[in-house]
Design a protein around this ligand. Structure first.
Ligand code: PRP
Length: 209
């Protein structure tokens, strides 16, 4: 009998991780305690024949697109921004939040090419294009809320979860762009080649979502 190679799953480090691990456990998968607080980037779980790779949330879909991970758990925000060649199999309904336009209260956007700071340049550009507004996008990698406070931008496009970051920095929401949850994604070739195992995982996750 041949030993089946493990199924590789790209997990996002950070906020989504805990909820995603909890969901996998609820679905009946035995994940070792080291899973939660290790600094290792590759964690093998031979009991389940899984190999997990722990990546930056923005990179999950990249690993899956290139086939070095069969499956991945990625925020819809990342999928909208990156438009990777992967299939979205399930809405896991975890890490719910939304993308919004925010800024200082009572301020108008500059008439000529207002500046929008964001970690999501493609999503932001598409949103303002649809609104018929010409904007200048400024790509930042985090702490987006700083931008309007120090005069770098008129508005930001960013994730709002509890709303605490906006509040503590004296910013208000102007528009909601779209709601976000985490999704189970799959590499198209893996989906064909390992369909039985993947269908099983989708079924057991579906039961606990
Ligand atoms: C995210 C997001 C907001 C914040 C929203 O940033 O970009 O800044 O969380 O959460 P809240 O509504 O619950 O306050 P994150 O903490 O991931 O760090 P970053 O600034 O480095 O992107």
């Amino acid at each position: 009998m041949t030993v089946k190679e493990p199924l590789t799953i790209a997990m996002p480090k950070g906020r989504i991780f805990e909820e995603a691990a909890e969901l996998l456990r609820k679905a009946g998968y035995q994940l070792p305690p080291e899973f939660d607080d290790s600094r290792k980037l590759i964690i093998d779980v031979p009991e389940e024949n899984f190999r997990f790779i722990l990546s930056k949330p923005m990179d999950v879909a990249t690993y899956v697109e290139h086939g070095v991970a069969d499956l991945g758990i990625a925020g819809k925000d990342v999928l909208l921004e990156e438009e990777r060649d992967v299939y979205e199999l399930l809405d896991l309904k975890i890490s719910a939040c939304y993308l919004a336009v925010a800024g200082l209260p009572g301020t108008k956007m500059n008439d000529v090419a207002p500046k929008i700071a964001t970690k999501y340049p493609n999503v932001a550009a598409a949103f303002f294009r649809e609104q018929g507004e010409q904007v200048e996008i400024i790509k930042l990698n985090g702490s987006i809320e700083l931008a309007p406070l120090i005069g770098l931008s008129d508005r930001i496009v960013d994730i709002v979860s509890t709303g605490q970051t906006l509040k503590e920095n004296g910013l208000v929401e102007y528009e909601t762009i779209t709601t976000i949850t985490s999704r189970l994604i799959v590499n198209p070739v893996s989906y064909r080649m390992k369909d039985e195992r993947i269908t099983g995982i989708v079924a057991s996750l579906s039961e606990v979502i």
